[in-house]
Design a protein around this ligand. Structure first.
Ligand code: TXA
Ligand code: MG
Length: 369
């Protein structure tokens, strides 16, 4: 759907959004329209989750294939008809309760049996539905005012980098949606972790804002089994797309070709990036190289003004790296780079999500040193 007028942008306080602006957005949701809004992870593109025609507009606006299911966002619990709890084993129900108490609201999505009020296009025909409760005042106010759960994928064009600012949403979707709620930059910066509780043991389908270590610690504290099957959606160095919905390797992709360098100490990583950048520009005079660095690397690259440098944070400040990652990729695209060379970061905690997004942005081009 192409709108004749580009999306309207309403600026809101991320802590205390103006109720009148929220009421306008909620009225659009109830009328079956789309509204982009901030969550603590990334911006979402929302529609009434109970309205299959509204959900169809999400797929059209994003250019998203119909086999990619959409997460349902709720507030203060999971509304009647969203999840069919009777389809879940007792242990899985206890697991869901423990995780909801610990991480909702927050950056965790649980995959649970689909309830009767969720139309099939929300789950791409799957018997299970992803649910999450966002920890962001704008998202919460919108859900409360709409009075319905909100189905929302990340508010980017399909397979593009997820948006962490309203400007990113505008750049991707302005011609396709009516309204964008601008609550500033999102805090976490990578999407929610997705845990499927419909299999035993539970399966981690996506690393995200809630680290796997925290999920397992929560299960242990609740005296529940803490084993989690981590679904590797890509084999190491493999560029085959995967069969499961929404799990394409080439996801979160900037326009430029990205290569990820990892596995060595900082000095060797820097050296490898510099040599690769020199090789690329020697081969092709029109090539423009961007480098994605840690703060510690920046001084070493200061003498190379031909490179477009993006610093995402101190090497061990993985929260900052996650927060800045997608904006850095978009900034390099905006500078017109043809190649991006990215260094790896430590992979514990939210670092696992950072690595996952970088490997996808690289379409599997990972150089291990
Ligand atoms: O942080 C987030 O999760 C953001 C914000 C907006 O909430 N949303 C988000 O949605 O990242 P999206 O659609 O870009 O990614 C959701 C992923 C997709 O890869 C989809 O395949 C998976 O979640 N998913 C959703 N429902 C599912 C289901 N029923 N079973 C398996 N995977 C599911
Ligand atoms: Mg997405």
């Amino acid at each position: 759907m192409i709108h004749t007028v580009p999306a309207e942008v309403l600026h809101l306080s991320p802590e205390a959004p103006d109720p009148q602006a929220i009421a306008r957005a909620a009225a659009l949701i109830r009328a079956g329209q789309l509204v982009a809004f901030p969550t603590e992870t990334v911006y979402g593109l929302g529609a009434n989750a109970f309205d299959s025609a509204a959900v169809a507009r999400i797929f059209a606006a994003k250019g998203r294939p119909a086999n990619d299911p959409i997460i349902v966002h709720s507030l203060g619990g999971i509304p009647e008809g969203v999840v069919d709890w009777s389809q879940l084993s007792d242990q899985a129900q206890r697991t869901a309760q423990a995780l909801m108490a610990a991480f909702m609201p927050g950056a965790l999505t649980l995959v649970l049996p689909r309830g009767a009020r969720i139309p099939p296009n929300v789950t791409a025909g799957l018997p299970n539905v992803g649910v999450r409760m966002p920890a962001h005042a704008v998202a919460q106010a919108l859900i409360a005012a709409a009075g319905v759960p909100i189905a929302a994928p990340s508010a980017n064009r399909f397979a593009h980098t997820s948006p962490t600012t309203a400007q990113h949403v505008y750049a991707d979707l302005a011609e396709h949606i009516a309204l964008i709620l601008d609550g500033g930059a999102t805090q976490v910066g990578v999407e929610s972790s997705i845990l499927d509780l419909c299999s035993d043991p539970p399966r981690l389908l996506r690393h995200g804002g809630v680290p796997l270590e925290a999920i397992r610690a929560c299960l242990r504290a609740a005296h529940l089994p803490d084993s989690v099957a981590v679904i590797s959606r890509y084999a190491e160095g493999d560029s085959e797309p995967l069969s499961a919905p929404g799990m394409l390797l080439k996801h979160y992709a900037p326009r430029a070709a990205l290569t990820l360098y990892e596995g060595a100490d900082d000095a060797i990583l820097r050296q490898a990036l510099m040599v690769a950048a020199a090789d690329i520009t020697a081969d092709d005079a029109k090539a423009r190289v961007g480098v994605l660095l840690a703060a510690e690397d920046a001084p070493f690259f200061a003498a190379l003004p031909m490179l477009c440098v993006q610093v995402v944070g101190a090497r061990d400040d993985l929260e900052a790296v996650a927060h800045n990652l997608f904006a850095a990729l978009r900034a390099l695209d905006a500078q017109g780079v043809t190649h991006i060379l990215a260094r790896g970061f430590p992979t514990q905690g939210i670092g696992a999500a950072v690595r996952d997004r970088l490997v996808r942005a690289a379409s599997g081009r990972v150089v291990r040193l």
